[in-house]
Design a protein around this ligand. Structure first.
Ligand code: TXA
Ligand code: MG
Length: 328
């Protein structure tokens, strides 16, 4: 199969629609990462996503809809705080988990009685979703466990010859996946941290818990139990106080093309070293993390990552991805 990257035009949207209507998959941009989409209502289309990606069959998918899609067709929406959150944050990088009406394929939620819904703000994503006018099931458009894609070229790198079409939407501004928020209970609960932070949700509705699975508990968001976001090279993490240890390891690995990945202020300690610079602010670090991991894996024998100092707000999401990617 030939894989095409196409700018988003009437012609490519028509092409995308034809593929989707035939039960196929199309990669599309969002403001967080690229998605690999198919008709959420069709078993065959949804199972194709799992097959192409190599995704474990018990890790549920998010259904993506355009901003004018009638949510009540798909889910029960009975918590008043959920509306406040939608008004404040959507379209945008907040996925909300509702009780499902069972209108999409049961493979989307892997048999759970809930459904995760996302309304992306990316202009190209909205155009695509509006054009097909149906719920699109989509995980991030990477081979399972690999680093999520933040450019069309990253998608091509993972799926060349395996999918027909990638809609070109440029580099993703957000850079890490959406916040996943359970809105089925009395208090909203963050299942996966992201660009809409716990503080932002508390500011909007006064309360928000962060779910931390207890040992041996059946996890509420099955994606949490899998290895994720890993580059195809060795990785290692140090705390920002462990500069000397990181330097020592770098020198031991000098024949293996080591790279230091860290934020700007820490990079000042590594003049003359191979660097993957994450930038200055939490939003910079979110935007750059996957991009730098994908750049790094092309050249580095080992990525020596230094954990950023700041831990709160958006950094909760960044650190979650940072640690999963580099914990090897
Ligand atoms: O930003 C994003 O969310 C991107 C773009 C493409 O929209 N999508 C994405 O999808 O990150 P994926 O499949 O890589 O991650 C979906 C996450 C997983 O952790 C999964 O376990 C969780 O959402 N999830 C999906 N449905 C759920 C449900 N019904 N209950 C709890 N967690 C759910
Ligand atoms: Mg993913």
């Amino acid at each position: 199969m030939q894989t095409e990257i196409c700018e988003i035009t009437k012609k490519s949207l028509e092409q995308a629609k034809t593929i989707i209507e035939n039960g196929g998959v199309v990669a599309f941009p969002t403001e967080t990462v690229y998605g690999l989409g198919a008709d959420a209502r069709r078993d065959d289309a949804v199972s194709l996503i799992f097959n192409v990606k190599g995704r474990p069959s018990d890790n549920p998918l998010i259904a993506h809809i355009h901003k004018d899609y009638d949510l009540s067709e798909l889910v029960y929406d009975d918590k008043p705080y959920a509306k406040i959150l939608r008004d404040r944050f959507l379209p945008g990088p907040l996925t909300m988990v509702y009780r499902s009406k069972g209108k999409v394929s049961s493979l989307v939620s892997c048999g759970l009685d809930t459904l995760a819904i996302r309304v992306p703000s990316h202009k190209g994503a909205q155009e695509f979703l509006k054009y097909v006018d149906m719920p699109i099931a989509a995980p991030s458009a990477n081979i399972s466990k690999h680093v999520s894609p933040v450019t069309a070229e990253h998608v091509l790198n993972d799926f060349n010859g395996k999918i027909p079409l990638i809609l070109q939407g440029g580099a993703c501004d957000g850079g890490i996946e959406s916040t996943v928020l359970d809105v089925t209970g009395d208090i909203p609960v963050i299942l996966r941290a992201g660009l809409v932070s716990q503080e932002m949700i508390i500011d909007a509705v006064g309360k928000c818990d962060l779910y931390i699975p207890k040992q041996n508990e059946k996890v509420r968001s099955p994606g949490m139990k899998y290895k994720h976001y890993s580059p195809n090279c060795r990785t290692c993490i140090f705390d920002y106080t462990e500069i000397e240890q990181a330097k020592k390891l770098y020198n031991l690995e000098i024949d293996n093309n080591p790279y230091i990945m860290c934020e700007d202020i820490v990079a000042e300690n590594f003049k003359g070293y191979n660097l993957l610079n994450l930038g200055k602010t939490p939003l910079d670090m979110a935007k750059n993390l996957y991009y730098k991991l994908r750049e790094g894996e092309k050249v580095a024998g080992i990525i020596i990552a230094i954990e950023p100092k700041e831990k709160d707000g958006v950094m909760q999401g960044v650190l979650n991805r940072f640690n999963k990617a580099c914990h090897g």
